[in-house]
Design a binder for this molecule. Structure first.
Ligand SMILES: [Zn+2]
Length: 292
C-alpha cells in the first residue's frame, strides 16, 4: 500500500528523503492555494491556512514503512507535528505534516538553506524562492514595529516602509519620464528620514493629505490611503528594499533618483506575496493591539 505525501520543507530534499524513507518515489511538484509557508517559534517549517497565499512543495508516493519513519522524524508521538490530509490539485488527497506551534520564529541557517536549495532544484518561481529566503533571519534581529498612526513613531533618524493602498488606478509622473500607470492595489514604499523629527516627522507628513507634492511618493499618498508604516531606527532604506526584493517593482526610478543600488524604492505587494518575518509579525501584533 502506498499513499501520497506533500512535503513543503526539508522533506523536499531528495537526499534527506532517501535516508528517511527509502521507499519514497518523487512524483512531481505542485502549488497549493490557501496556505503559506512559515517557520515557527521552534525553528521548524510549517504551513498555515491563509486564503491570500500559496505554498509550493513536492508530492511523494510513500509506503507504510516510509510513513512510520516520517512519523518518528516529525515527532508525531510528542505532537511536534500533527498529521492531516489535504487535497492536491491533479493528484488527490495527500498526507501532510503541520506543526502544532504556528507562531513565527527563526530557522537554523543550515535548515532554511536546505529548504531553499530543494525549492531551487525543483524550479519553483523566483518570487517564492525569495519568500523562503526572507526567512534567513539572524537570531536576535529586531522585529520592526508597525504603526497605524504617527503618534507612536520614533523621532529618531532611520528608515521606514510605508504601506499605501490605492483604491483606483493612478497615472504617476516622474521627471523626464512619460506618465506610468499604476494599477489599484497595495504598495510599499521604502524611505529614509534623517532630518529634524526623524521617522515620526517624515511618516507623519506621508500620512497627511494637505501637503504640496514634493516627492514621487506624494502622488500615491494623496490619491490612496496610508495604512501604516514599519519603523527601522538607524536603518538604511536600500537595505529594506533588498529585504523585499521578492516583490515586483512597478516603476523603475521611483523614489530612487539618487540611489545607485535599487531599481526602485516603490514595490508592489500582491495579495499572494508574503512579507519577511520581521515585518509580517509586526502587522499581526499591531492589528491585534488595535482590536484590544
Ligand atoms: Zn536604494
Amino acid at each position: 500500500m502506498t499513499r501520497l505525501y506533500f512535503a513543503y520543507g526539508s522533506n523536499m530534499c531528495k537526499t534527506q528523503m532517501a535516508a528517511r524513507s527509502p521507499g519514497a518515489q518523487r512524483l512531481g511538484s505542485v502549488e497549493i492555494a490557501g496556505y503559506r509557508f512559515l517557520i515557527n517559534k521552534q525553528g521548524y517549517a510549517t504551513l498555515i491556512s491563509d486564503p491570500s497565499a500559496r505554498i509550493f512543495g513536492t508530492i511523494w508516493s510513500i509506503t507504510e514503512q516510509d510513513e512510520a519513519q516520517l512519523d518518528i522524524y516529525e515527532s508525531v508521538a510528542s505532537s511536534l507535528y500533527l498529521k492531516d490530509i489535504i487535497d492536491i490539485p491533479n493528484y488527490g488527497p495527500a498526507l501532510v505534516y503541520f506543526a502544532l506551534d504556528q507562531a513565527p520564529g527563526i530557522p537554523g541557517i543550515d535548515y532554511i538553506e536546505a529548504i531553499i536549495e530543494a525549492a531551487r532544484d525543483q524550479g519553483f518561481p523566483l518570487p517564492y524562492i525569495k519568500e523562503l529566503a526572507s526567512w534567513r533571519v539572524k537570531a536576535g534581529e529586531p522585529v520592526a514595529n508597525f504603526h497605524t498612526n504617527c503618534d507612536s513613531l520614533p523621532s529618531t533618524a532611520g528608515a521606514y516602509v510605508l504601506w499605501i493602498d490605492l483604491p483606483n488606478a493612478l497615472s504617476i509622473r516622474l521627471s523626464a519620464r512619460s506618465p506610468t500607470p499604476l494599477a489599484a492595489g497595495r504598495y510599499l514604499y521604502c524611505g529614509s528620514a534623517n532630518g529634524p523629527g526623524g521617522i515620526k516627522a517624515r511618516v507623519g507628513r506621508h500620512m497627511r493629505l494637505d501637503k504640496s507634492l514634493r516627492w514621487h511618493v506624494d502622488q500615491l499618498t494623496t490619491a490612496g490611503k496610508v495604512v501604516g508604516a514599519w519603523a527601522f531606527p538607524d536603518a538604511q532604506e536600500c537595505a529594506l528594499v533588498a529585504s523585499l526584493s521578492h516583490l515586483p517593482k512597478p516603476i523603475p526610478g521611483f523614489g530612487s533618483s539618487d540611489c545607485h543600488h535599487c531599481i526602485s524604492h516603490l514595490l508592489e505587494w500582491p495579495a499572494t506575496a508574503c512579507l519577511p518575518y520581521f515585518m509580517s509579525w509586526a502587522i499581526k501584533d499591531s492589528l491585534s493591539a488595535d482590536r484590544r
